[in-house]
Design a protein around this ligand. Structure first.
Ligand code: BTN
Length: 275
């Protein structure tokens, strides 16, 4: 049996202070680790053990960070890596992707407002600056019968890392806040802004539904109305990204059809073509 990870002492932890300094409704409990394989995996285990909604799990680095579509998420020190446990009572399993889109709005708004960068969203969950990925979101749900038992929303932000910290193949498609702003980012402050926005937009989703989030998502999206490639497994589609629908799927107009894509990603890499 593996030794369980031990969280850092909360008393003098700047991340605990940053969280405590802003009143929170549900996101109040933080476990901060020096290192974890994956904050998502750890939080899923806690969810399966019956942990209450609102737990935040943060790690300074991850040794097995998880990305979407079975990819890994490179997690060197200097980045911000955390996961949040939600138990959304009014969201059905089919609506779970809306939580990821909602989290994207929260992240992009923080980057735009607090850091003045031109952050945008690429369906479904990439946060970009000048078409290079600065943050990613991985939501994983567990079901109980017809309901969601819990959802873990994991957020990774390339903050104080530099491109040298990443493998060469990521250099053309990734960026970090440090690279863009040419200065060091106060991670506890970034963390507290993200938690504040995540909680606000999540509660808004529960209270008002996705129609209260969708206009913000559309405004932040970099490719609506443009010609894009979408990969769905090994299949590539080309079409105009028309909109997102009420269930969070991407509406793509291909030369022959108009289709709703539920799982996949917009892959047109660096520059989007105008239609
Ligand atoms: C993606 O864009 O593919 C999603 C990346 C999500 C990475 C974050 S880092 C914190 C949390 N823990 C993980 O193992 N993954 C998510």
């Amino acid at each position: 049996m593996e030794e369980p990870p031990i969280p850092l002492e909360p008393k003098n932890d700047p991340f605990q202070h940053a969280l405590a300094n802003t009143a929170r409704i549900i996101l109040k409990r933080l476990l901060h680790f020096e290192t974890l394989p994956s904050t998502n995996s750890y939080t899923k285990d806690r969810g399966a053990q019956g942990e209450q909604e609102g737990l935040i799990v943060l790690a300074d680095k991850q040794t097995g960070g998880l990305g979407r579509l079975n990819r890994s998420w490179h997690s060197p020190p200097g980045g911000l890596y955390f996961s949040v446990l939600f138990r959304p009572k009014v969201i059905s399993p089919a609506e779970a992707p809306l939580i990821t889109l909602t989290a994207g709005v929260a992240v992009a708004k923080v980057l735009q407002t607090a850091y003045g960068v031109d952050a945008s969203l690429k369906w479904p969950n990439d946060v970009l600056i000048e078409n290079q990925k600065v943050a990613g979101i991985l939501s994983e749900s567990a079901l109980l019968g017809e309901d969601i038992e819990y959802v873990v929303v994991g957020i990774g932000v390339n903050a104080n890392s530099t491109l040298e910290d990443f493998p060469k193949q990521l250099h053309p498609i990734a960026t970090t806040l440090h690279e863009v702003l040419n200065r060091n980012i106060d991670l506890p402050r970034l963390f507290s802004y993200l938690i504040g926005q995540l909680e606000y937009w999540y509660l808004r989703l529960l209270d008002k539904g996705f129609h209260a989030i969708a206009p913000h998502w559309r405004k932040l999206c970099s490719h609506l109305g443009k010609k894009v490639n979408v990969s769905i497994g090994k299949t590539q589609l080309i079409g105009i990204a028309k909109d997102i629908s009420s269930d969070g799927s991407l509406i793509l107009k291909t030369p022959s059809d108009q289709i709703h894509i539920h799982v996949g990603e917009v892959t047109t890499p660096i520059k989007f073509q105008e239609n």
